[in-house]
Design a protein around this ligand. Structure first.
Ligand code: UD1
Length: 430
């Protein structure tokens, strides 16, 4: 298993280009299942989750060509299997995004129930309830969820999400695009990735209005067709690099991003004392820091408020800010697993339920540490960059799921980080 070896203490300097958004590319690839014609997606990030999603499409019978590393041309003309198997769902929960398109186009779909995962139980009950509102019957058969549309077609309906769900909203938006009649999604998620998916679906011929607001309406159509679409930039990768500049006292120009997608993050980091300039619609510059960083409280909330996917990175930064900050995680249970690793590096963090209190500023010292999930790994890389000495991060396959070429990108900015194999890591430890 690969590890990252980081020798901290170097300020990051230079220009970085942000990759396409993983969380947008995943549903957009799933949406290709809605048509027998070719859908071309550009700016698909080269990360493990997208390789898994591609494998799922191919297992179902789709043809996926990649004429360039970041371009996927998908033709789902000969789909004969309607199932996302357990071995894929267990490694990537977003495989459940196949459910809506398969159910809508073929009238049936089977997906393994996602098991418990590192950041909480993460059920899909809200997806299933909405499918039932669209007329599907849903049953549990030997650990699989089986959904069927009576007479092969879903029927448009009023759907309401008791809790805002990103992939739930996406699944229903895709399913309703081929349903008979009109669907309204109430309490829809408002993430930029929802708007991006709606834009792709509309290019394919869907009739979706209101994406990006809490009420989305979809007029079902009989068929969807070919389309070409460019995935939006990854706002979480952008936020992670802003924190990387801040935590190392560096200076970065961040290109190919969309600052308007991460306003809450920018605002919070400015309050803390990070100098962030919006240079233009796709460029940010970050400079840190003339004065000491100041601790500020944060609570994670659905978009447009502070994202849970930036909570771990923010916690790493708060270890380097003066004073105490309270971090409240409202989206996922059990999403503080990075905290104990940060404490091993010298951070002062106490956890009670969904609240963490970070007391700064503490000196961080390199240590062997363990990554537990995707964003937790990012937070540990950030801590390693700020720490004195060597940090060896184990289980970096988590970070490979969602950050394209993170080692190369950081090295280009002056970081001392390398990927080592298990055998090499043993030598380093001894
Ligand atoms: C998506 C993102 C993930 C991000 C999360 C929250 C993708 C591929 N992943 O995950 O990176 O951290 O949004 O912004 O886009 N819930 C239920 N029942 C359901 C569905 C969700 O109880 O049927 C709960 C979840 O357990 C969680 C909350 O609702 O507490 C929000 O989850 P949701 O928005 O669905 O997260 P994902 O779409 O899985």
């Amino acid at each position: 298993m690969d590890k990252f070896l980081i020798r901290g203490g170097r300020p990051l300097k230079g220009t970085i280009k942000i990759s396409g958004a993983k969380n947008s590319a995943l549903p957009c690839l799933a949406a290709t299942l809605l048509t027998s014609e070719t859908v071309t997606l550009h700016n698909v990030p080269y990360v493990k989750d997208l390789i898994t999603q591609r494998r799922l499409l191919e297992d179902l019978g789709a043809t996926v060509l990649t004429p360039e590393l970041h371009t996927h041309k998908v033709k789902a003309a000969n789909i004969e299997i309607y199932e996302a198997p357990y071995e894929l769902v267990k490694t990537m929960r977003a495989s459940v995004l196949a459910l809506g398109p398969l159910l809508a186009r073929f009238g049936q779909a089977k997906v393994s129930l996602p098991g418990g995962c590192a950041i909480g139980t993460r059920p899909i009950d809200l997806h299933l309830k909405a499918f039932e509102q669209l007329g599907a019957t849903v049953s549990l058969e030997a650990g699989d969820v089986v959904a069927r549309a009576p007479k092969g077609k879903l029927i448009g309906a009023e759907t309401f999400f008791e809790k805002v769900s990103v992939t739930g909203t996406e699944n229903v938006m895709m399913a309703a695009s081929l349903a008979k009649g009109k669907t309204t999604i109430h309490n829809a998620a408002r993430e930029p990735e929802i708007e991006d998916l709606a834009e792709l679906l509309n290019k394919m011929g869907a009739k979706i209005r209101g994406a990006g607001t809490e009420t989305i309406t979809i007029e079902g159509v009989n068929d969807l067709g070919e389309a070409e679409h460019t995935i939006i930039p990854d706002r979480i990768e952008t936020g992670t690099f802003i924190v990387a500049a801040a935590i190392t006292n560096g200076e970065l120009e961040i290109k190919n991003c969309q600052p308007k997608h991460l306003e809450a993050v920018i605002e919070k980091l400015r309050e803390v004392g990070v100098e962030i300039k919006v240079v233009d619609e796709t460029t940010l510059s970050v400079k840190c820091c003339e004065k000491d960083l100041q601790s500020k409280d944060v609570t994670t909330e659905p978009h447009p408020l502070f994202p849970t996917d930036m909570q771990a990175q923010y916690m790493a930064l708060m270890t380097q800010a003066e004073g105490a900050s309270t971090i409240v995680e409202t989206i996922f249970e059990n999403r503080f697993m990075h905290a104990s690793e940060l404490v091993r590096m010298g951070a002062d963090i106490s956890i009670s339920g969904n609240t963490a209190i970070v007391k700064g500023k503490t000196k961080l010292t390199g240590a062997p540490i363990l990554a537990s999930d995707l964003r937790a790994s990012a937070s540990l890389v950030l801590a390693g960059l700020a720490a004195e000495g060597e940090t060896l991060i184990d289980r970096v396959y988590h970070i490979d799921r969602g950050y394209e070429n993170i080692v190369k990108k950081l090295r280009n900015l002056g970081a001392d980080i390398e990927r080592v194999t298990s055998e090499m890591a043993e030598t380093v430890k001894n």
